[in-house]
Structures are given as structure tokens and as C-alpha cells.
Design a protein around this ligand. Structure first.
Ligand code: ADP
Length: 418
């Protein structure tokens, strides 16, 4: 294994695995820290954790465990992958995890770059934009778990870490790899060991990738991986075998617990032509809605690829959180979707498209899958996945703001015809 990625959630893991696979690396996504060695053909290993919204010390411990396993597989370069909308709170977990990994690797400086212009995430003067809007005006400011109210990542990250936070400004990025390396060295010399890097077009990410050849630790969204496969290819280290996945037929359904803007549109669109069951978090918390009831609904509409969703408007999310507490609501909804997925698979469902990063994490954990091969791309940043093992399952894991309006239909189709 050449490149070891530690991802803070499951959809993010498949997003970056998709970037690396498209770049020509044989890529496998592992669910949690594996207990066995990786397959020999694996060139990029992506360890998918679910550390985005847990306590910072626990996120650090799990990330360090993943680092140890990846080191044992022979990796020399490591990448900490978080969301392209920098999902975090003033307590973490991006800062604490980046800091711990940098210390463990003895690195001088690590780049911080969640940008991915193709998917609408750009960074200028350290400020993050989502589809042309400042992060804090993009809808992310009302996110149920990580409300992003400050678009200045230098300032926001500075609240999360004791390391100094610097900036690789756009003129340096635009001037290419040499200027980027100089800017990073200058930040390190000033004691700013985490450096946010601007990027406005995808070419900037290729320049950053070139500059980061040989860097021990890189941090960012999936876009920062764009330029990395080329570094390994140029040294003749890639086998050149494309990742192939089998077709998965059989019953399919959609589960969505994401309340993000794009998902709300996708759920509404999908529900126009498929049976839909909307569950309310208050009914889950108080036991009026159960997994058994949802299971009956799915089974009675199986041929029509139904959807079960808790997706709701921001006002409803705020109201239910106010009533029961954010953590209690999230736990009720996530454990519902996890349990439902596992019962559905036991009853023969073999294709599941999931909306929501945390929701995907809950589903994958409940399904006890070890590793996932990366298939074709459904929409930018979201591949179809096929589980290694028995039964063979087709999956798509989509975090909040990813995917076109017809994402869910396309996702289920992509698994049938990879
Ligand atoms: P996204 O990728 O859009 O951020 P996630 O699944 O990561 O989606 O996060 C959504 C969070 O909101 C989850 O913890 C989920 O359980 C919770 N949630 C889902 N539906 C509701 C709802 N109707 N009200 C409040 N919280 C909800």
C-alpha cells in the first residue's frame, strides 16, 4: 500500500476512494480499522471511521489506531480526509485529529484544503465557498450536527488546535508547486504547522498535489487527492489495473437521514415516482414509529424501490432538537436506519442508496461490512460500491450536498450496470 487515507466519515471515505480510483490507483475502502492485512493489490487504502461528530479525544484515538494499521501496510504518505464543507465545531474534530497525526508522524507542516472546485467547493483568502456562497450562507449554517457559522477556515481551525494555523494564499498556489512548497516552509518556520491552502479551479489541486509529493501528512477533502496518483505513477509504482466490480441485481431501496439542502430536493424528486415513508424523529424517540413498521412498508413496496426518509426542513430539525436534544435525536434516527438496513438485507434487499454522511455510517456499521470495492461514479464524488463477501451488496453513500436531483434513481441503476 502506498497511500493511507484516514476518513472521518463513511461517505467522505467513498468520495476520496472515488478520486483515487479514477486517478488510477487500486483503491479499497475499509470499514473501521481492519484487524487483518490489506489485499496485496491495494495501492490506496481508505480507512473509513465515524469520528466527525464524536468526542475529540475518541476521534484522536481512533485516527491514531488507523494510522498505525496503515503504517503496518507499508504506507509512506498519509491523508486525513474530512468534509469539503469542513464540518466541525469549535472543539473539533479536524484540529485535534490533524494535530495528533502530525505529531505522530513527526511532520513539519500539513496542508489543510477542503476545496474541490468541480463540486462547487472553492477556497480564497482562507474562506470557503459552497456553490459560490460563503460557507456560512450556504445552508451549512443550519446543519443538525456541525453548524458552520464562520467561513474563515484559518480562524475556525485556530479555535480547534494549539498549533498555529497559516495560509498558502492564492498567488502562491497559482505560481505552482515550487511556490507552494516555499509558502508551506515559510509557514512552518513561523510556527504555523497547519496551513490552509486556497484553490479556485481543479488545476490548483493538481499543483498542490505536485507540491505535496513526499509530504508525510496531507489533510483535506477528496479534491486534495486529485494530484496524488500522478506522483506515484511517475515513480512507476502503480500496477495500472483498473478496479472492477460485479453487477448487483435484486431488490433496492433508498434510506435518507440527511436534512441538507441538496438531499431535500433529491428526496422530494424521488418520492414523486416511488413509494415514500417519512418518519418523524419525535415518533422514533417516543416509540410510536418502529423498525418493524418501516420494514413492513418496504417489503410491501419492494418492486417499486421505496424510500424511507427522515429528511426534514431546517425549522422542523431545530424544533425537534430543541425538544429532545441534538444527540438524542441523532441517536434515535441513526440507530433506526442502521437496524432497518440490517433487517432489509436479511430479507434479501441487495441494493441500498443512503442519503447522509452520519446516516451512511450508521448503515454500514450495522451491516458489519469489512471492505468495499470502488465502482463507477454516480455523480461527482459519489461512486457505486460493492461489498467484498457474502452476500454481495451494492451501496451508494451520499453525504448531504452531493449529487444531482435524480441521484437516488441513478444510484440504484448504477449498481445493476456498473
Ligand atoms: P448530511 O450528510 O446531510 O450531513 P447526516 O446523516 O450526516 O447528513 O446528518 C444528519 C443528522 O441529522 C443525522 O444525525 C440524522 O440522524 C439527523 N436527523 C435526520 N433527520 C432528522 C430530523 N428530521 N430532525 C432532526 N435531526 C435529524
Amino acid at each position: 500500500m502506498l497511500l493511507g487515507v484516514i476518513a472521518d466519515d463513511f461517505t467522505g471515505a467513498s468520495d476520496i476512494a472515488n478520486t483515487l480510483a479514477k486517478g488510477g490507483m487500486v483503491t479499497i475502502q475499509f470499514v473501521g480499522v481492519p484487524t487483518r492485512p490489506a489485499p496485496q493489490d491495494c495501492e490506496a487504502g481508505v480507512v473509513a471511521l465515524k469520528t466527525r461528530s464524536i468526542a475529540a479525544d475518541e476521534a484522536v484515538a481512533q485516527s491514531l489506531a488507523a494510522l498505525e494499521w496503515l503504517k503496518a501496510q507499508g504506507c509512506e504518505q498519509f491523508l486525513f480526509k474530512y468534509c469539503s464543507t469542513f464540518d466541525s465545531t469549535p472543539e473539533g474534530n479536524i484540529g485535534p485529529v490533524a494535530e495528533a497525526l502530525l505529531e505522530a508522524l513527526g511532520g513539519d507542516v500539513a496542508v489543510v484544503c477542503p476545496a474541490f472546485p468541480t463540486t462547487g467547493r472553492t477556497l480564497y483568502q482562507g474562506h470557503l465557498f459552497v456553490n459560490g456562497r460563503l460557507l456560512s450562507e450556504s445552508g451549512m449554517e443550519t446543519h443538525p450536527l456541525n453548524p458552520m457559522t464562520d467561513p474563515d477556515l484559518v480562524r475556525w481551525l485556530g479555535r480547534q488546535t494549539s498549533l498555529g494555523v497559516g495560509l498558502v494564499p492564492y498567488p502562491a498556489v497559482r505560481a505552482g508547486a515550487g511556490a507552494i512548497r516555499s509558502a508551506l516552509a515559510a509557514e512552518a518556520a513561523e510556527g504555523r504547522r497547519l496551513a490552509v491552502a486556497d484553490a479556485i479551479v481543479d488545476d490548483d489541486l493538481f499543483a498542490l498535489g505536485e507540491a505535496l509529493d513526499g509530504a508525510k501528512l496531507i489533510t483535506g477533502g477528496s479534491g486534495i487527492a486529485l494530484g496524488l496518483p500522478r506522483n506515484f505513477a511517475q515513480r512507476g509504482l502503480l500496477g495500472g489495473t483498473a478496479t472492477r466490480v460485479p453487477a448487483v441485481a435484486g431488490p433496492g431501496c433508498v434510506l435518507s437521514g440527511s436534512c441538507s439542502t441538496a438531499t431535500r430536493g433529491q428526496v422530494a424528486r424521488y418520492a414523486e415516482s416511488h413509494p415514500a415513508l417519512t418518519v418523524l424523529p419525535e415518533d422514533l424517540v417516543e416509540g410510536r414509529t418502529t423498525v418493524a413498521g418501516a420494514l413492513d412498508f418496504v417489503e410491501s413496496h419492494l418492486a417499486e424501490q421505496p424510500i424511507v426518509t427522515s429528511t426534514a426542513e431546517p425549522e422542523a430539525v431545530a424544533a425537534v432538537q430543541e425538544r429532545f436534544g441534538r444527540a438524542r435525536v441523532a441517536e434515535a434516527v441513526e440507530s433506526f436506519f442502521g437496524e432497518l438496513a440490517s433487517q432489509l438485507v436479511a430479507r434479501g434487499v441487495s441494493r441500498i442508496a443512503v442519503g447522509g454522511g452520519e446516516t451512511s455510517g450508521a448503515v454500514i456499521t450495522a451491516l458489519h461490512l469489512d471492505s468495499l470495492r470502488i465502482g463507477g461514479e454516480i455523480d461527482p464524488g459519489v461512486p457505486a460500491l460493492v461489498s467484498d463477501g457474502d452476500p454481495v451488496l451494492g451501496l451508494a453513500l451520499k453525504s448531504g450536498n452531493f449529487g444531482a436531483p435524480d441521484f437516488f434513481d441513478k444510484a440504484l441503476r448504477a449498481m445493476e450496470t456498473p
